[in-house]
Ligand binder design. Structure first.
Ligand code: FES
Ligand SMILES: [Fe+2]
Length: 463
């Protein structure tokens, strides 16, 4: 697969040699093509049902550069409407969240209900006699729910979201379940944390490269020894040895462009319990331990999986934190972060997790700052004409083809070594396919990483 940029026909992505042109992070022409080819056709994460529990509730979200209203209508249906008035194009809803059955445009007062239908028009009696109001509602996206998460696409011809996941459903589901393994028990904690960073949206997508952790986050993990509670924990100097002994970690990808790290522990406790990071907060430690026992009863082997799935194109998980990289120009990204907790967790647990999330994954968080510094610096160091002529290297373990999911685990996906660029190669190959495909027929991914029906450890599909 080679993607070229017309008219220069410069090679942009070469998955055979494992190289990528820096132009894909700066070119306005490519960026505009992405808005059409990638963001207008893909399934995109727009929120979670816990944000809109009651009829009339709404939150604003984004699909690509465009704003949408995610709302629950009177019948309890989740609707995603383009936040752009059908009269003269004004932004209809200006509140980040709220409850309303009438979204009144601030320009001339056209009024829409939560399903986007145009329900009131000032001066209608004399001004719009012939107009069919049914044709002038807010543009509606196709919507699908997946274990409480809300996904939307503008493309009527796109496959179902389940098909779009291509076998990655069980990994995505694992992040959305309650800690005890039950369904529909997760909720977004507080509001969505949003900030802007000067880099292309693809720079942090996918954030599943494990090699950077040892360098980028070294000071925090080793020198400071700071744990999730803010207090020092035992430096993880021995971790490199223990990885091989007690767990198997892989990079896992799908031809559909989804990528992740998957850890298969060979021990009874998940890594958070064994590492002692919550030892100075016994209430958290005991809560997680107790719920994990229930999770094991429900999910069996799958309870042990530690997964951070990144769903193509711009959604990714770090534990129970979801980050969405919204494009805001060729070299600007709006990062939206959702922190998930068990809806029924005790307040102390929620408070401690809120503090942990902020300290680690908020815009001032320790790991987040480390990453952002590099993402911004690489963007600026790739801007000039000399740098632009030098391709980027994604060649790590390119000669080792990924294997299909190890049958002994019964897991879907293409498994590669933990330290490998396979996930990035897969992501860019998919990006290149989508960028040049005319329709979904041409976009059919090469090969399948899905398991045969019935072979999964637990059913991942459904609401
Ligand atoms: S632009 Fe919305 S009512 Fe005129
Ligand atoms: Fe990182």
């Amino acid at each position: 697969m080679v993607l070229t940029l017309n008219p220069s026909m410069k090679k942009l992505v070469d998955s055979d040699t494992g190289t990528v042109s820096r132009e894909i992070f700066w070119s306005k022409e490519l960026y505009d093509q992405e808005m059409e080819q990638v963001f207008n056709r893909s399934w995109l994460f727009v929120g979670h049902v816990s944000q809109i529990p009651n009829p009339g509730d709404f939150v604003l979200s984004r699909m690509g550069e465009e704003g949408v209203i995610v709302s629950l209508d009177r019948q309890g249906k989740v609707c995603v409407s383009l936040n752009s008035c059908r009269h003269r194009g004004n932004r209809v809803c200006r509140y980040d969240e709220g409850n309303s059955f009438a979204h009144v445009c601030s320009f001339h007062g056209w009024t829409y209900d939560p399903s986007g239908a145009l329900v009131a028009l000032p001066f209608n009696e004399h001004g719009y006699d012939e107009m069919d109001m049914g044709k002038w509602g807010l543009k509606q996206a196709r919507v699908e729910l997946f274990h409480g998460s809300i996904w939307a696409t503008w493309d009527k011809t796109a496959p179902s979201f389940h098909e779009y996941l291509g076998g990655a459903d069980m990994y995505l589901a694992s992040g959305l379940l309650h800690t005890d393994g039950s369904d529909n028990g997760s909720a977004v904690l507080g509001g969505v944390v949003k900030w802007r960073l000067g880099c292309n949206w693809k720079v942090p997508c996918p954030d599943t490269d494990t090699t950077h952790g040892w360098i980028t986050h070294r000071s925090m993990a080793l020198a400071l020894g700071v744990g999730p509670t803010g207090n020092p924990v035992k430096p993880e100097i021995d971790r490199s040895q223990s990885v091989g002994q007690r767990r198997s970690r892989y990079t896992v990808s799908f031809p559909e462009g989804h990528t992740m790290g998957v850890t298969i522990p060979e021990m009874d406790d998940p890594s958070w319990a064994a590492s002692g990071v919550w030892d100075d907060k016994p209430i958290i430690r005991e809560y997680l331990r107790e719920k994990f026992e229930l999770r094991k009863e429900k999910l069996g082997l799958a309870a042990h999986l530690s997964v951070g799935p990144a769903i193509f194109p711009n959604e990714g998980w770090l534990g129970r934190v979801v980050r969405v990289m919204h494009p805001a120009g060729p070299a600007m990204t709006e990062i939206w972060t959702y922190f998930f907790v068990d809806q029924d967790a005790p307040t102390e647990v929620k408070d401690a997790l809120a503090s942990y999330y902020e300290h680690w994954y908020g815009p001032g968080g320790m790991t987040q700052q480390d990453d952002m510094e590099n993402w911004y610096a690489l963007t600026m160091a790739s801007k000039g004409p000399v740098a632009q002529r030098l391709d980027l290297n994604y060649q790590m373990r390119i000669s080792e083809p990924p294997i299909h999911g190890p049958s002994e685990f019964g897991l879907p996906g293409l498994f590669a070594h933990n330290y490998s660029d396979e996930n990035h190669r897969r992501f860019y190959q998919r990006w290149a396919e989508v960028m040049q495909a005319k329709d979904w027929g041409e976009m059919a991914p090469t090969g399948s990483a899905a398991l045969k029906p019935g072979a999964t450890l637990f059913q991942g599909s459904g609401k």
